[in-house]
Design a protein around this ligand. Structure first.
Ligand code: FE2
Length: 265
């Protein structure tokens, strides 16, 4: 058995200690395995050697390991209402020794040393300037792979099933603020602190598209079609999802993403 199979088994063994019937846990296992596969694909597509692609896969496998304890302790995946899941995961792995359950046998010699920063940084708004070039490259691969699958998760899984808390904490309606739309115009992610409504949350998910680093990531997101679904103004039955004002703002988001990417979605 190579280290990839060993590590996938170790991950599933770890995850199975948590309630697999819990829909939050179920979706997180699927998300993790998809992010691991996407990470390896992206690493190969940008020309990294096979052992680096294996290292990227390993980071994908471990990146959300903190989600299981987060769900057990708090019953939610909303970091702002509980804990920063990336920090929790890195603390469990490198503080409590959870990393010892995984094998780095056929991975590059520096793979374990980069794992901690790459995992801690996977959910941050941006990467620090001080990061060395090789660690940055792996962090970018993981962040692109994570965002790619988040489009699927957001577009295909009901809110409560992927987040675990009720919608009640978000204002149900209302157009996005000028501050949020300024992020759209500047082609950047929307900081958590300025998202106040369900619609602003929706826009901020779409804005992750601006932060994709690699062409292969943009191409994959376009091919998978989940972002197009998020930008839709009507549901599959043709009924409007948003108010007229919201729909117009969503059209702006779509236009700006198309401008940034230089493609039609
Ligand atoms: Fe995450």
């Amino acid at each position: 058995m190579n280290s990839r199979e060993q590590n996938e088994r170790a991950f599933l063994r770890y995850a199975e200690q948590y309630d697999a019937k819990n829909v939050l846990i179920f979706h997180k296992i699927k998300h993790t395995l998809r992010v691991a596969d996407l990470s390896a694909r992206y690493a190969e597509a940008i020309g990294l050697p096979g052992e680096d692609a294996a290292c990227a896969w390993f980071y994908g496998l471990l990146h959300d390991i903190g989600r299981f304890e987060q769900a057990r302790r708090y019953g939610t995946f909303v970091d702002s209402q509980s804990v920063d899941h990336a920090e929790l995961g890195a603390d469990l792995l490198f503080g409590d020794g959870l990393i010892g359950q995984f094998s780095a046998e056929d991975l590059p010699a520096d793979c374990l040393a980069m794992a901690e920063p790459v995992i801690r940084l996977h959910n941050k708004l941006s990467l620090p300037e001080t990061l060395d070039e090789r660690t940055r490259r792996f962090a970018e691969i993981l962040r692109d792979a994570d965002k790619t699958d988040i489009f699927r998760v957001v577009a295909s899984i009901p809110f409560e099933d992927r987040i675990g808390s009720s919608r009640a904490s978000f204002a149900e309606t209302g157009e996005a603020s000028a501050e949020v739309m300024a992020c759209v115009a500047e082609h950047r992610c929307v900081p958590r602190a300025i998202r106040h409504s369900r619609f602003e949350g929706h826009i901020s998910h779409c804005c992750m598209a601006f932060e994709l680093v690699f062409e292969i990531s943009r191409r994959t997101v376009k091919e998978e079609g989940w972002l197009r679904l998020l930008l839709a103004e009507t549901d599959p039955a043709g009924h409007p999802i948003w108010s007229e004002g919201e729909a117009e703002q969503l059209r702006t988001v779509r236009t700006e993403i198309e401008k940034a990417w230089g493609v039609t979605l």
